[in-house]
Write a protein that binds this ligand. Structure first.
Ligand code: 6A9
Length: 787
């Protein structure tokens, strides 16, 4: 019985939150405490939508489709690479009160703007303005249907108000957190001040089983029977929302979610046109006027000017002589990260060795930026530390809020799930095998980089507003930081004193050229060929060196005992220990250590599928790993990002003779140097640009990643400005690498309309998911030379 009891209590630990008081009060996101940040574009996964920072918020959004085209399925809603848009994203966004986005569809551009206005007790009002223009005057102007919608998510209700047959003029509604509100749909005009336009209207009012189903509901309701018949134009039938039948199946289940209201207002009109949608909060009683038309235009102008001013004040790109086009690019990069902030609420699916099956983590909110609105519109732990390096320059309060949300997700063990897949919308984008998060798995604690920035700001501007909130913030954060640090320090400890090892490497070694280490963030970067408990990883060693140093600083600032952290930091920061554990004298580089052989390759192999499975009588061919020479304990011969970590995180002393090798490898085109930035793995490495499996293309085995390049430029700047024998060399490389990175990311943006997940080391071309305005947006900091 005792054993059983122990087992079940151990099994609960993974899903038990840490008991220390939360950093964020329960009402910290409420409209009473934080009205300015209540409404926002916190739905990064849709092209245009808003919600409030509250659980199960009422959401609003936009879908659109072009009429009279052969193109089937051109309904746009969630950001999808498959839509093949020529580019989309925020060109201005202040993270709080307004944003301007441009969406370039095939032959027209939609500009989506929003402006908020404070008043009342529920986060105030806002207005949207959608402006549509065709690309080329040569062809006939496209007819477009905009579908504005509002949807509840289990709680709250919506009522549609229809006038003139099919035109939905407004939606009124009420919900727990918003009280009463009204959404009014303006009629399309040819532009501000211009007259009305011929338009057709349709609407849909139905129930939805969940926010992840909205696209399907609209698709299934489309009917081609409606006629578009402008005064002087051709009569043509067009697609519109009509009716959506709740299926019996759904009815029988009595799904509480079927209580959710979903209302769609469709306007079909020819470009050019402009439409406004006005949200008014019931508790906002004394508004001077409505936020529409010229009032809206004036308000937008004011916000744009304020944005431009703050941007220049923060990053100084004009003063540095960048062209206006380069500055536009940088504004778009920042704005996209701000516009990519999401508010997610729900539960992770987690598992420990004590759980036979995955279990649900407690429900909770996460306010976070996301790496990519199309492909990964959710929170990733180590990405977030990089995001906050940029966002902190713009708005430290925001950074504090985001860090607080992440640390409030920590469990009693001190573990934070790496990838946050919290609600149905998020889950709908992830294959099931990737959903479960395991509690032995880490991810680099980059939030310490962000904290380092915050501490520097506290030091430099002790009087600023953010510094005033900093001490209480740090005080509440501290117990959680302690247990987080402790979790790394114990669960990721290495085989010998003061060494560290990433857990959670791929287990099935004969299927991969090199078993992956997803937890390190560098996925397929080559590590020891045979994962074992004998491994030690140099990047993790360096992360722990950084983390212990920041822990010591925070403890000191708070007047808490800091000796233990300081000792750890002093030990790890000692270059003798670093060299002893990780310098390979043969290879002249810092390196992982483990059970390793270089003599591996993927070979075609004919295998018979076991009897009983389909096709078992036929041999199938698959790739398996062949190992030509047995592995042995040794340094892992790979030269690339991992080798650079002692330099990247400023652990090397400026007079270290290792600097010589590092700077040489960096500048060597046969190794890491390219005209577009530093490649992730040396060109001379045996695994350079090698696939890991049939289906796994090289990822961190050559391509250029901006997060690590940011750290590299930052390190060159650091070593180039402190005394030491390599000062000059570092300063020269700094200029070169900085220029290459800026030029390429900017050029690719001009060429393709996007900022990308990574860049080809042979052509500089953007590749992988896009838009990727997570860490690739750090280019702004490289331009601004803010490190
Ligand atoms: C797969 C597929 C629609 C991989 O930027 C997020 C992470 C980084 O943290 C990590 O360092 N990316 C990098 O190596 C993307 C990870 C995406 C995993 C989800 C699901 C979705 O298909």
């Amino acid at each position: 019985f005792y054993a059983l009891y122990m087992r079940s209590s151990l099994a609960r630990r993974v899903m038990t939150l840490h008991p220390s008081p939360r950093v964020l009060d329960a009402n910290s996101s409420s409209p009473a405490v934080s009205p300015e940040r209540y409404w926002g574009s916190y739905r990064p996964q849709v092209y245009f939508g808003m919600k409030t920072r509250s659980p199960r918020s009422v959401v609003t959004g936009l879908m659109w489709m072009r009429q009279f085209t052969d193109m089937d399925g051109n309904l746009r809603h969630t950001c999808e690479q498959g839509d093949h848009l020529q580019g989309y994203g925020w060109v201005m966004h202040d993270g709080v009160s307004f944003g301007v986005q441009e969406i370039h569809d095939r032959d027209f551009t939609l500009t989506t703007e929003f402006v908020k206005r404070m008043g009342g007790d529920h986060g105030g009002d806002w207005t949207w303005r959608i402006t549509a223009k065709q690309h080329s005057i040569a062809s006939s102007a496209p007819v477009i249907s905009l579908m504005f919608y509002a949807a509840t998510d289990i709680q709250g209700s919506l009522q549609a108000h229809v006038e003139e047959k099919n035109r939905l003029s407004s939606v009124t509604g009420t919900s727990e957190e918003l009280g009463n509100f009204k959404i009014t749909f303006g009629k399309p005009t040819a532009g501000e001040g211009a007259g009305g336009k011929y338009a057709r209207y349709n609407f849909l009012q139905t129930r939805s089983p969940g926010l992840d189903k909205l696209t399907d509901i609209v698709k299934n309701s489309l009917n081609h029977k409606f006629v578009f018949s402008p005064p002087k134009g051709e009569k043509r039938s067009y697609f519109a929302v009509d009716s959506y039948k709740v299926t019996n199946h759904q009815n029988q289940q009595k799904d509480p979610k079927m209580e959710s209201d979903f209302v769609v207002h469709q306007v079909t009109v020819q470009t050019p046109f402009q439409i406004e949608v006005l949200f008014e909060s019931g508790s906002f009683r004394e508004r001077p006027n409505q936020l529409v038309g010229s009032v809206l235009t004036d308000e937008l102008e004011k916000r744009k000017m304020a944005f431009d001013e703050k941007f220049e004040g923060t990053f100084g790109l004009q003063a540095k002589g960048f062209t206006s086009s380069q500055i536009e690019f940088a504004k778009a990069a920042l704005s996209n990260m701000l516009g990519g902030l999401g508010y997610f609420f729900g539960q992770s699916v987690v598992q420990s060795v004590y759980n036979e099956h995955p279990v649900l983590y407690p429900e909770g909110p996460l306010f976070t930026a996301v790496p990519s609105r199309s492909f990964f519109p959710r929170g990733f732990l180590w990405d977030e530390g990089f995001h906050q390096l940029l966002l902190n320059k713009w708005d430290s309060q925001l950074t504090q809020g985001v860090i607080a949300h992440w640390l409030d997700l920590i469990n009693v063990e001190g573990w934070i799930p790496r990838e946050q897949i919290l609600d149905d919308e998020a889950r709908s984008k992830v294959p099931s095998e990737f959903i479960v998060q395991h509690n032995e798995n880490a991810n680099p604690p980059t939030l310490f980089l962000a904290l380092q920035e915050l501490l520097e700001k506290l030091d430099a501007q002790p009087e600023s507003l953010s510094s005033q909130t900093m001490l209480p913030f740090l005080r509440r954060l501290y117990p959680r930081l302690q247990i987080w640090f402790e979790w790394f320090n114990t669960t990721q400890a290495g085989p010998i004193a003061n060494s560290y090892r990433w857990r959670g490497r791929d287990k099935d070694t004969n299927l991969f050229l090199n078993p992956k280490t997803l937890t390190s963030g560098l996925d397929d970067y080559p590590r020891a060929s045979h994962p074992s408990a004998d491994e030690r990883h140099v990047d993790l060693y360096c992360w722990m060196t950084l983390a212990s140093g920041i822990m010591a600083n925070v403890a000191r600032i708070l007047g808490e005992p800091h000796q233990v952290y300081e000792n750890t930091h002093r030990t790890l920061n000692n270059n003798d220990l670093l060299n002893e554990l990780h310098w390979s004298e043969n290879l002249h580089t810092f390196s992982d250590y483990g059970n390793h052989t270089q003599a591996v390759s993927l070979q075609q192999e004919k295998v018979f599928v076991p009897p009983g499975q389909p096709r078992h009588q036929f041999p199938v061919s698959r790739l398996v790993r062949s190992v030509r020479r047995a592995p042995k304990l040794q340094y892992v011969n790979a030269l690339g990002y991992v080798s650079l970590f002692p330099f990247l995180l400023h652990i090397l002393t400026p007079d270290s003779a290792k600097m010589e090798h590092i700077l040489r490898d960096i500048r060597d085109p046969e190794r890491l140097w390219t005209p577009y930035g530093l490649r992730s793995l040396s060109r001379a490495d045996p695994l350079y640009m090698k696939r890991n499996t049939e289906h796994d293309a090289p990822y961190w085995r050559g391509p250029i990643w901006i997060n690590i390049n940011y750290l590299a430029v930052r390190a060159l700047h650091h070593y180039g400005s402190i005394e030491g024998p390599y000062k000059e060399k570092a300063a020269t490389l700094y200029q070169e690498l900085r220029t290459n990175l800026i030029n390429n990311v900017y050029k690719q943006y001009l060429d393709t309309g996007y900022i990308w997940e990574q860049y080809s080391d042979s052509t500089g071309r953007g590749q992988g998911s896009h838009p990727f305005t997570g860490w690739s947006a750090l280019t702004v900091l490289i331009m601004a030379e803010e490190y």
